[in-house]
Ligand binder design. Sequence first.
Ligand code: UDP
Length: 238
Amino acid sequence: MQKKKRVLVKFSGEALAGENGFGIENSVLKYIASQIKELLINDVEVGIVIGGGNIIRGVTAAKDGLIKRTSGDYMGMLATVINAIAMQEALESAGLDVRVQSAIQMEAFCETYIMRRAQRHLEKGRVVIFAAGTGNPYFTTDTTAVLRAVEIEAEVIIKATKVDGVYDKDPHKFEDAQFLHTISYERALHDNIKVMDDTAIALAKDNALPIIVCNMFCEGNLLKIIQGDMSICSVVKN
Ligand code: UDP
């Protein structure tokens, strides 16, 4: 039997906030669930990492020194769990089987991350949402996404954003900004093209994991990319 494609989809917490910029917008949850469902219908195994920036980020919580950075980061990790639980509901409403696995034990409402267990869920066609980041302060959910993608042996990581991909400079500020269809890990790191933070890019580079950046809010994009349409995204690879 042909091996199924396995991908890790990462999106920021802010994506869930919709126009509000804060909290969780149910219409966005529903939309994302519909896009993920298309992948499952087409025999793709899907892991998901969601950020927490729509609720709190460690750096922001710690900005005036009252809250320690480490505590702020734990608050950020908890925010990702809130988003994961919400996404689980939306995916289940769309008829999918879902498991949330948290890097930090929260046994009342989700599983704790166990790599082999996650693999089994994926093989059985369940969506696995990886919550609570890496479980460590000073990391981001981008790094979490790359780490989990490598662990579950995903073929690619898709960073699903509100923009079409990566430009050499800010297209809102520079008319001559060029869209970059492919970028090397080195260029992403050295030209400070903020596809992901440096830790995440370095980990992807070490493991030759391609990072695809695309606009998740164009309907059907995720599936088109998985089916090979690379004209609608940027890819960071060797
Ligand atoms: N975080 C952390 N360790 C991790 C992942 C996340 O401490 O392994 C915290 C960190 O404070 C971060 C917050 O969780 O700011 C939310 O994650 P992130 O900023 O990556 O969310 P996004 O910007 O993608 O919404």
